[in-house]
Design a protein around this ligand. Sequence first.
Ligand code: HEC
Ligand code: HEC
Length: 274
Amino acid sequence: MSLVSSGMIVARMRPLNITCRRWRSIYLAWTLAWVLPLCAQTDLMKHEDVQRGQADYRQSCAICHGTEAMGGVGPNLVQSSLVRHDENGNLIAPVIQEGRPDKGMPAFPLMDSAEISDIVAFLHARVAVASVVSSEGLAGGYSLQQLLTGRAEAGKRYFYGAGKCATCHSPTGDLAGIAKKYSPADLEAQFLHPSHDSETATVSLNSGKQFHGKLLHLDAFYVAILDQEGWYRSWPLQQAKVQVQDPLAGHLELLSKYTDKDIHDVFAYLETLK
Ligand code: HEC
Ligand code: HEC
């Protein structure tokens, strides 16, 4: 672990196109098993995690969110856009750890990171299963039928009002003809989560040192960047503060604010921009 704490440079890598498989063989060769959590995303569907997660989930969460996470006193987590856009627990873990006490979601400050990862794995598995099962499933898991229940007028109000979309976009400018550019499924996916890999991050170590580079990974426990010289660097979050610069931050923030109705309405409005 001293390697981690010194934030030592562990490998030189070319930017992009680095698969977890390759990272693994490189790191295993270096016997740096600690870095494996970085590849956790590909492990999310691993059967054992999901099984353990299901047991933990049933014990702590099912009473409010339902045994299959389809909702009860608490919301349906399979359809939650926060859960669907979570990567390695980056959105779910804070909700579990801090709760939303004012809204009836208790905090679980004593739940350890392994347990949280398992629950996250279970929730992702539930979403994956639901997407396969839904015959009309679209990228984000909403069926076209469902999306078309939205009202364009309400979506337009949201676009100029609460959604603040108009602070960054214009229906006669950058979004003109957007409905022609994408199929309905892609349009929905693009506005919920535009594809990009433009995030950069500044990592400030407790020692005061700062590093800046392309953000490769961030979850509730680790951050990894590719620095300006092309070095891969990673730290556990106890040792570092991370500031992410994301041109799409506005979109990520919206994910925790949209209701299903907002999503349907905005989608219906965007579909009118032909
Ligand atoms: C006592 C009831 C209760 C329990 C127990 C509970 N939750 Fe919740 N949870 C809620 C409520 C109510 C909300 C909605 C809060 C809001 O409106 O923002 C919520 C919201 C959430 C959200 C955010 C969903 C979204 O789309 O914004 C997640 C994720 C979540 N819970 C996960 C969990 C997990 C995982 C557990 C178990 C570790 C758990 N909850 C246990 C009641 C509960
Ligand atoms: C803080 C600024 C900001 C806000 C607020 C914002 N967006 Fe975006 N949006 C962006 C950026 C940046 C992109 C990426 C642009 C690109 O790649 O061309 C983007 C991309 C998109 C795209 C894909 C465009 C394309 O041509 O691929 C759609 C659709 C979209 N946003 C819709 C919305 C809607 C609807 C809202 C409000 C609910 C919204 N955005 C709010 C900044 C924002």
